[in-house]
Design a protein around this ligand. Structure first.
Ligand code: KIV
Length: 269
């Protein structure tokens, strides 16, 4: 079976078929997740919190993202159908085009197939530049954890009409600039549906309801490896005596069938 590419994901959206994304930080997990049928692996800077025990994603470095991307790429390459790998550019490593391009080069050369950046329409020039240089981009909107200090906490975004309208406009601007995926975190389910209908590229959601084209979860959360607050959008798949490979496959199957997330995992307007 051939590897998953952005064309595969775009075709799934065009056909109205849902796909799953999961964070991965190491080789073994990457291979297991790809073999379970998960279409895309996110080397998320959430690794700062779940692997390194930090309070936020802000201290994660580019070198750490390169290290984990290379590990994920090695494991993924051993899967029967390798997944698409997207890697977060960490905090303050893409504030201007030159720095962003250098950061993207580092993770792409480590094995990523796409970079993920957090922000709104201020990212348009960077997305245009990366896109022109052949780098696929995922633009992360809504609750963008690198801005936790600006938000004053991890809160649902886009509840006010004006902010919801702005988020739709930002998603359209980023897709027009060349973003290949839009990722929405912790936004009201009706707003996520609006954005999913407004752009032609796939929209991945986390805490964004059931109407996005795809879902993403942090792997530790869906494996029940959670020591603190469990966010509303999380489902623990390590129930009913499942093994890890069975839990991964059940997650992928549930997303594909549209049975995860349920209404209890989303946020109202
Ligand atoms: O870093 C990460 O894992 C993420 C997901 C929560 C979407 O950005």
């Amino acid at each position: 079976m051939s590897s998953i590419s952005i064309r595969t994901l775009q075709t799934l959206k065009d056909k109205g078929e849902k796909f799953s994304v999961l964070t991965a930080y190491d080789a073994t997990f990457a291979q297991l997740a790809a073999d379970a049928g998960i279409e895309a692996l996110l080397v998320g800077d959430s690794l700062g919190m779940v692997l390194q025990g930090r309070d936020s994603t802000l201290p994660v470095t580019l070198e750490e993202m390169v290290y984990h991307t290379a590990a994920v790429a090695r494991g993924n390459a051993r899967a029967a159908r390798p997944a698409l790998i997207m890697t977060d550019l960490p905090f303050m490593t893409y504030g201007d085009i030159e720095t962003g391009v250098a950061s993207a080069r580092a993770v792409m050369q480590a094995g990523a197939h796409m970079v993920k950046v957090e922000g709104d329409d201020w990212l348009v020039p960077l997305v245009e530049s990366l896109s022109r240089q052949g780098v696929p981009v995922c633009a992360h909107l809504g609750l963008t954890p690198q801005s936790v200090n600006k938000f004053g906490g991890y809160r649902v975004q886009g509840r006010e009409e004006e902010k919801a309208d702005a988020m739709v406009a930002h998603a359209v601007a980023l897709a027009d600039a060349g973003a290949d995926i839009i990722l929405l975190e912790c936004v009201p389910s009706p707003l996520a549906k609006r954005i999913t209908e407004a752009v032609t590229v796939p929209v991945v959601g986390i805490g964004a309801g059931a109407d996005t084209d795809a879902q993403v979860l942090v792997c530790y959360d869906m494996l029940g490896l959670n020591t603190g607050h469990i966010p509303k959008f999380v489902k623990n798949y390590m129930t009913d005596g499942r093994t890890v490979p069975e839990a991964l496959k059940t997650y992928a199957d549930d997303v594909r069938a549209g049975t995860f997330p349920g209404p209890e995992h989303g946020f109202d307007a």
